[in-house]
Design a protein around this ligand. Structure first.
Ligand SMILES: [Zn+2]
Length: 139
C-alpha cells in the first residue's frame, strides 16, 4: 500500500461539500465522494439520478470518472464518502467494482451527519474481486 499521508479532514470536507451538487429529485438522498490519487490530486463526485432510475450514477463512480476524464491515470489511494444519514453508509456493489478497477487496496472512509465514521479498505469490502488481472491471466 502506498504510504502517502492522507489528509482525511480535507477529503471529508470535499465529500460533504460536493453532496450539495447532487441531482436527487427522486430519493432526496444527496451523496458526495472525494478520491485521492497517487498523483496527489483530489477529485469529487456526487450522485446524479435519472427518471429511469437504472441510469442513476453514484457519487463514488462520478468521482472516478471525473479523475479519468481529467487525465489522472494514477492509482486511487483513498475515498471518503459522505451520506446524509445518522450512521455511515458503505459504497454499493457497483461502486465497489468500479473503485476496484483503479485502486484495489484503497482506503475507504464513510462519514455521515453524526460523528460516526467507518474506515476500511476496498479489498475488505470486495474480497475475491474480479479485476483487470483476471482478464490478463486469461491470455
Ligand atoms: Zn454506488
Amino acid at each position: 500500500m502506498n504510504e502517502r499521508v492522507i489528509d482525511w479532514d480535507h477529503l471529508d470536507a470535499r465529500a460533504r461539500a460536493v453532496a450539495s451538487n447532487a441531482y436527487v429529485p427522486y430519493s432526496h438522498f444527496a451523496v458526495g465522494a472525494a478520491i485521492l490519487t497517487a498523483n496527489g490530486n483530489v477529485f469529487v463526485g456526487c450522485n446524479v439520478e435519472n427518471a429511469s432510475f437504472g441510469l442513476t450514477n453514484c457519487a463514488e463512480r462520478t468521482a472516478i470518472f471525473t479523475a479519468r476524464a481529467s487525465g489522472d491515470d494514477s492509482e486511487v489511494l483513498a475515498v471518503s464518502v459522505y451520506t446524509p444519514t445518522e450512521v455511515p453508509t458503505p459504497p454499493c456493489g457497483a461502486c465497489r467494482q468500479v473503485l476496484n478497477e483503479f485502486g484495489p487496496t484503497m482506503q475507504v472512509r464513510n462519514i455521515c451527519d453524526s460523528t460516526m465514521v467507518t474506515h476500511t479498505t476496498l479489498d475488505a469490502l470486495l474480497p475475491g474481486a474480479f479485476g483487470p488481472k483476471n482478464l490478463a491471466d486469461a491470455r
